[in-house]
Design a binder for this molecule. Sequence first.
Ligand SMILES: Nc1nc2c(ncn2[C@@H]2O[C@H](COP(=O)(O)OP(=O)(O)O)[C@@H](O)[C@H]2O)c(=O)[nH]1
Ligand SMILES: [Mg+2]
Length: 625
Amino acid sequence: MRVIGTSGHVDHGKSTLVQTLTGINPDRLEEEQNRKMTIDLGFAWMTLPDGDMLGIVDVPGHRDFIENMLAGVGGIDAAILVVAADEGVMPQTREHLAILDLLGVENVVVALTKVDLIDDPDWIELVQLDVEELLTTTHIKHAPILPVSAMSGAGLDDLITTIQNTLQQLPQRVNYHHPRLPIDRVFSVSGFGTVVTGTLSGGTLHVGDNVELQPSGKMGRVRGLQSYKQDVETASPGSRVAVNIAGLNKDQIQRGEVLTYPGQIHPTVLVDVYFQHLDDIERPLKHNAEVKFFSGASESIANVRLLNDDTIAPAGEGWLQLRLREPLPLTRGDHFILRYPSPPQTIGGGLIVNPNPGRRWKRFQRSVIDDLEMRLDGTPAERLAQVAEGDAPIKLNALQKLVGYSDDELDQAIQEAQQEGLIIQLDDALFWATISYQQIVSQMITEVAIYHENNPLRLGVLRAELQSRLKIKLNLLDKLLLNTEQLVADGNLIRLVDHQITFSEKQLSNIETVMQQLAESAYTPPAVDVLNQIAGETVIRALIDLRELVNISDTIVFSQDAYRALVKHILAYIDKNGSIDAKTLRDEFSTSRKYAIAMLEHLDSLGITQRVGDVRQRGRNAPSD
Ligand SMILES: Nc1nc2c(ncn2[C@@H]2O[C@H](COP(=O)(O)OP(=O)(O)O)[C@@H](O)[C@H]2O)c(=O)[nH]1
Ligand SMILES: [Mg+2]
């Protein structure tokens, strides 16, 4: 699954092209339809010939709505740059392309539209040369240019094939277990509640996941997911996603917020960035300038500190520290754009290098700049943590092979990564990136919470069931449980620390009847079926979970008291007489052979007794007192 964005000057035919390709009109607002102009982002999708789904974000080309365009192009895999053959390269052709370049979008397909209006092939060639020249001013290496017409349909098949080829060459999207959905739309659907949409990156989202919105910190839960109007259980990175959130209403959410897993991102107001100035602007960027900052789908007013320059001239580059008026959830490696508020103009953009410097840097400090330069490439600790991300923890020697550090470098990097909270140590030589670890822990908590909700009368979820849901090894599950305070392992059952079984009045009175019957014939208790009929199977099951009852076979349960008395007596008898057999047990407790045999077989299976010929002796697990 991939997402591309349109780009280009207003009226060059972006929305028409999207509608022709997908059958979906991206101009969904009434105002857009009346003015025949895209104002806000539009969304459409199609199935490519190879069967892959393609999401398309259609952006406004008008200069007044550049900021809406910025909210839509974060997270796209590639762009279609639309240039009308009759007008050629225009101001927002340049501006959009510059923005794509600053945002690191390297894959562009140029659609030279409206060729039906042009009779002169030389003219088309001229426009094509102009576009090629413009492309040389960017980092974009390869951008096929295709003459098309949405009116006549000319060139559209070629365009689709070219888009498909471009996307097929992109590396697979990686699941970093760090899902981030910059929200570009919020609405409510009657009967469902609040829905937010965005282009997902960083990891998968699942129905039932607990999620957090940043910067507000509000928590919710994924009630449903859709990708391209289809219900899905899991949404993958690189797709357009609509999330139905339980626990939050529409008014509590805004465009620009990021939906993520709890605790994975923290909003920041101070960021260190590497900045590239666009070249076609008259004035240099000055220290203390007030600008507008855009990243993902979010924006804020920002104040610029030039860390190592007096000014940054057009086409220049340099280090900035930005103070944001609004706290924003940013991470290292995010791209950003700066604009002047008035007259509105795109200045340049670049990369977030440190999202959390925590303090204001003194200007012109060699050490500060050195540190930032190292961060631009990633510190050894950061590289180590990146390699330690994944579905399972990684052994130290495997980690070392992947990063290629010497023993000393490795020690140093591990120490730093631990201090910075980037990795955690699970065992002597077993490490895991903190974000991967937190992800699985939060998934574990969510699974158990869902289980409680669906099975209120079960004390907890079976270890094996949880393990298979999480698809992790059993010994890893046990290690994680030891490290997770919110969960308790109670024998084979895992539960939230504060989960309790609550019975209704009716159930309590049935339980009383059951306990009475068990007290009356403690050693010849009624069969489980009979008890099930009195109180219901789930209630009897709950009593077993709570250890009020002990099931020794499919059909027999004893009350906890009777069971304890039996075990105690059996062991005492063995200690005194060397062994016990079924007949003796039957007579000692005036029970029947059926119960005596079942009890001894049960104790054999636990290793409390062991069978030797026809008698039982102490087993390896018998308590010593
Ligand atoms: N002749 C011709 N007109 C087109 C073509 N594509 C779009 N148009 C017209 O160009 C105008 C602007 O199109 P629109 O898709 O709204 O442009 P946008 O602002 O880039 O989204 C509309 O009047 C369209 O009908 C085309 O291939 N040929
Ligand atoms: Mg449009």
